[in-house]
Write a new protein. Structure first.
Length: 745
């Protein structure tokens, strides 16, 4: 740890430190440390900044280049554990890698503006001195209720009125009366979040021999966690087919880390996945983990942040933003569904939480576990190169077997107009319903229809702020934009020609599919599972419970059905438009489609009853469909990997996107073309564009894109800094840099 004291040649009173503030500004600011104050690296501090008072983190020694007379004093050292060196290194590394300021990354670690405020207090009660000294006034009547309250307070611990009432089985009015006559006294105590600690000694489920072998390897990685200078912590890929029991395997690793008094972070790609996972965790460890995601209230975020930084929360399950929180004793990160594109943040700061988790584990010298049935090509490549260890679970747990997957060639199916269920699939559904088994129908398109147009004049309902069509949500009576959230009531007449009754829905969404299912199977109990109908973990938990209780016959939904759910009586999965993800020219289109459909198929036949999967496709000979039908996952990934290698695409090459945006279309185009003229003319570095983005207007912002492609060995960050320094960007124009882009819209 560097010394924060001045050298002998400097005045003792001129002790100063650098402080990083959670602002999008370059570098740190120097502040003077008042005499008697100890400002260690990582200390959370309150400092003056202009006319404001801000909270930041001591980043290290100052450089003493600023005149001491210009420095301001630190106001206060906040009463929190210091931010670890590992996290400060991660923040600096992430800022450099993503071309953002360290203060912008720090803002994610500090997370919520109220977390560092003085703790809230609440009113509590203690026995008064007359009670403790046994000198109660004889005129005070001592009822049974009052005696029970004094018995509860006998241990000398202050308790709130609600807690006292509950424990003593009385009413708050009794407490108020006792305070008035002097039996109780009010005190003010800090409000703390109450956390039940997981019991790592509690026995889990009986593991199969393959699961035991896998868990022993994960446990060994934690037990051999030697934090020496040259120690390289292991990254282990837990590769298991759907239904193989991967979660129970890594629970064993969690138990060992808990026994070592370490904090554990489990990253899940979506909030919707947490409901069943939380249930499984609670059954295994007897307590809930702490949650961290966007659905928390501000109060919950503040309390949970304090529990994390204080080290009280031992197991944290969260979305990607949980990665940057200030854990004081983090000893294990698990990235479940590591392949999922939801780990890539594409707003504000562009980063991949899976990759940042590996960096954090490396800096903190602790193991990271990646989990998936359909690994990303990046993970497959790192396993082949020996950078990651791998543990395999090739079979489903227990007596369950993988489902049979068949393609329905839609080129030859005789379909009725505005119908989407193929006759072959309809027959299969009828058979399952007759024997009391459950069906899942998958269509990765929310709402009723993706487009609404006028039969009279051809006008299409379009978002006024984006280059996209408005999606019809018939159940809610609205049309909305899925990019910016613009919403209006479904129009009765055409906005262009003003004709009434001419607006028609084009194409299917899950609501329209549900409508067809109800027409064809009127006695079936149906439900829709999509992100706009299931917006909270509690709603997801309720729907999952209904499925497990067999209160639903046919579940219809989007990709949030695809992963993490275990429905013992679900034996048939129908994919309505299997080709949907293959269009658009996305680099990862084939990989993503395979991953998604494989995960969807994996919901079938996970218990005693065998499963079937039907893919409705116009491209049955496509490599993705053939790989799904044959179960040749590794061959598909190998072929996809070779194709990327030949063309120098990730993970064998580097891509960086530049997104130029602003309200003024001319300024945006001018800036984009200026970047195009000053592109880096280097060997084996290519720049494509500038060109209008496929979504050329998004939330009212005009958008142009450029794409840099380079060899893996190139330092693209240095190249980009030099390139961007040559172009003057107007104040009203933004240039965002997306290193390793996942979206090309």
């Amino acid at each position: 740890m560097p010394s924060l004291r001045a050298t002998p040649s400097r005045k003792d009173s001129d002790n100063r430190v650098s402080v990083l503030l959670p602002l999008p500004i370059k570098g740190t600011y120097d502040y003077r440390v008042p005499l008697g104050m100890l400002a260690l690296p990582g200390s959370f501090v309150s400092v003056p900044f202009g006319k404001r008072e801000l909270k930041g983190v001591v980043w290290g020694e100052a450089d003493y280049s600023v005149d001491a007379k210009k420095l301001k004093d630190i106001n206060e050292i906040l009463n929190f554990p210091c931010m670890t060196k590992e996290l400060r290194q991660l923040i600096d590394w992430a800022a450099s890698y993503t071309l953002n300021s360290p203060g912008t990354i720090l803002r994610m670690a500090m997370s919520t503006s109220t977390a560092l405020d003085k703790p809230l207090t609440l009113t509590a009660y203690l026995s008064s001195e007359m009670v403790r000294n046994k000198k109660i006034d004889s005129r005070i009547k001592m009822t049974a209720s009052r005696k029970r309250i004094l018995d509860v307070l006998f241990d000398g611990l202050p308790r709130s009125a609600a807690d006292l009432s509950r424990r003593a089985k009385t009413t708050p009015s009794v407490i108020s009366g006792m305070t008035k006559v002097g039996l109780l006294k009010k005190v003010h105590i800090e409000k703390n979040i109450s956390i039940s600690q997981p019991n790592y000694k509690k026995l889990g489920k009986i593991l199969s021999p393959a699961q035991k072998t896998a868990s022993s390897i994960l446990v060994a990685a934690i037990n051999h966690n030697k934090k020496t200078k040259d120690f390289i912590p292991p990254v282990t890929f837990l590769d298991g087919v759907t239904g193989s029991g991967k979660t129970e395997v890594y629970f064993e690793a969690i138990a060992v880390a808990l026994a070592k008094h370490q904090q554990i972070l489990v990253l899940l790609p979506e909030i919707a996945l947490t409901a069943q996972w939380l249930m499984q965790f609670t059954q295994r460890f007897g307590a809930m983990p702490l949650e961290w995601h966007s659905d928390l209230t501000n109060t919950q975020r503040r309390d949970n942040w304090r529990a994390i930084v204080g080290g009280y929360a031992k197991v944290i399950v969260g979305a990607r933003s949980a990665l940057f929180l200030p854990y004081p004793t983090l000893g294990l990160i698990i990235v479940d569904e590591e392949h999922d594109s939801s780990f890539k943040q594409e707003e504000g700061i562009f980063y991949n939480a899976r990759d940042m988790a590996i960096v954090r584990g490396h800096l903190g010298k602790f193991p990271v576990i990646l989990v998936s049935a359909t690994p990303s090509l990046e993970t497959v490549t790192n396993v082949k190169l020996g950078r990651y260890n791998t543990v395999c679970l090739p079979e489903r747990h227990g007596s369950a077997i993988l489902p049979k997957i068949s393609a329905i060639d839609m080129r030859y199916e005789k379909m009725e107009k505005t119908n989407w269920l193929a006759p072959v699939l309809q027959v299969a559904i009828e058979k399952k319903l007759l024997v009391g088994e459950q069906v899942m129908l998958f269509l990765n398109r929310r709402g009723y229809a993706p487009l609404t147009l006028c039969r009279s004049c051809g006008h299409r309902l379009k978002c006024p702020d984006c280059t996209s069509w408005l999606v019809d949500h018939k159940l809610q009576g609205i049309v909305s934009c899925h990019h910016c959230g613009f919403t209006i009531h479904s129009p009765k007449e055409c906005p262009e020609c003003e004709m009434t009754g001419t607006m028609v829905a084009c194409g299917p969404g899950v609501e329209r599919l549900s409508e067809e299912v109800l027409n064809k199977f009127p006695n079936a109990r149906t439900a829709i599972m999509a992100s706009d109908t299931i917006q909270r973990p509690s709603a997801m938990a309720s729907l999952v419970e209904q499925m497990q209780k067999r209160e639903i016959d046919i579940l219809i939904g989007t990709q949030i059905m695809a992963k993490g759910h275990h429905f013992p009586y679900l034996t048939l999965v129908g994919v309505i438009d299997a080709d949907l993800g293959l269009s658009g020219g996305d680099l990862r289109a084939a990989e993503r489609t395979f991953q998604l459909l494989h995960q969807v198929a994996g919901r079938a036949g996970r218990a005693l009853h065998p499963g079937e999967v039907f893919l409705q496709t116009f491209r049955p000979k496509d490599a993705v469909m053939q790989a799904l039908i044959s179960g040749a996952r590794d061959q598909f990934l190998s072929a996809e990997s070779e194709d990327r290698r030949v063309h120098g695409m990730p993970p064998y090459g580097r891509l960086v996107a530049l997104i130029v945006s602003g309200r003024n279309s001319r300024e945006v185009e001018t800036t984009a073309r200026a970047l195009g003229r000053t592109y880096p003319n280097l060997e084996k570095v290519f720049v494509f564009g500038p060109a209008p983005a496929p979504l050329s207007i998004l939330r009212g912002q005009h958008r142009w894109r450029l794409l840099l492609k380079a060899e893996r060995t190139k330092n693209v960050q240095v190249i980009l800094r030099n390139w961007l320094s040559k172009v003057r960007v107007p104040n009203r124009v933004r240039v965002k840099v997306d290193v390793d882009p996942y979206s090309f819209l």
